[in-house]
Ligand binder design. Structure first.
Ligand code: C5P
Length: 214
């Protein structure tokens, strides 16, 4: 039986942290779909192939690279992500992942609206611009980045604006999503909120989580 949790929201709102924690707690597979766009962007930057060629050539090894989370790759990712043929090339992989027996968590921008409109749980995770910039700044600094807080704030604002304005699969909450503002929450509180929502939906749908897997 499949059970899909779709987590969408703007950059650095806490989607990935919540997604990973839910996956671990309920024994689900987790896919950070931003990595697909980042790996596509990385290939474009490194080899000069077109974004569509890069998306079609993507292998799972490309997702394991440790140089995908830079601000430069993030910006290029949001440019390639606006190209409909790029999104099309990455669609089937995401849908197949979401349908796997045992359940899956996917986080991104269009999971609840386009990739998995029938997901059992749909969360739209947000936080204020400043809180998101502080979080991303700390993450980047831990990997040796020297970008200042203000540069990080401008970077995520530019990306959110592009992601929200694009014609194809824009960043918008699914009508039936539950909004979770994490600005004032600790990581643990945000995870607990999301876990409660998930647990309630699992009980309603009769899905048996594999709680022994963690
Ligand atoms: O989630 P992350 O910040 O790593 O995503 C990088 C970029 O990939 C986003 O700014 C967005 O343009 C794109 N993306 C997308 N759809 C998704 C996930 C990411 O368009 N489902």
């Amino acid at each position: 039986m499949s059970f899909t949790i779709a987590i969408d929201g703007p950059a650095a709102a806490g989607k990935g942290t919540i997604g990973r924690a839910l996956a671990e707690r309920f024994g689900l597979a987790h896919l950070d779909t931003g990595l697909l766009y980042r790996a596509t962007a990385r290939l474009v930057l490194d080899t000069g192939v077109t974004p569509v060629e890069a998306a079609r050539a993507l292998t799972s090894d490309a997702l394991d690279r440790d140089d995908l989370r830079t601000a430069e790759v993030g910006q290029e990712a949001s440019k390639v992500a606006a190209i409909p043929e790029v999104r099309e090339a990455l669609l089937n992989f995401q849908r197949a992942f979401a349908q796997r027996a045992g359940g899956a968590v996917l986080d991104g921008r269009d999971i609840g609206t386009v990739i998995c409109p029938d997901a059992e749980v749909k969360l739209f995770v947000t936080a204020s611009d400043v809180v998101r910039a502080q979080r991303r700044h700390a993450e980047l600094a831990a990997t040796g980045s020297t970008l200042g807080l203000d540069e990080v704030l401008q970077e995520i604002k530019a990306r959110d604006a592009r992601d929200s304005a694009r014609a194809n699969a824009p960043l918008v909450p699914a009508e039936d999503s539950i909004q979770l503002d994490t600005s004032e929450l600790t990581i643990l509180q945000a995870i607990e909120n999301a876990a409660e929502i998930t647990y309630a939906r699992m009980s309603e749908s009769g899905f048996q989580a594999d709680l022994d897997s963690n």
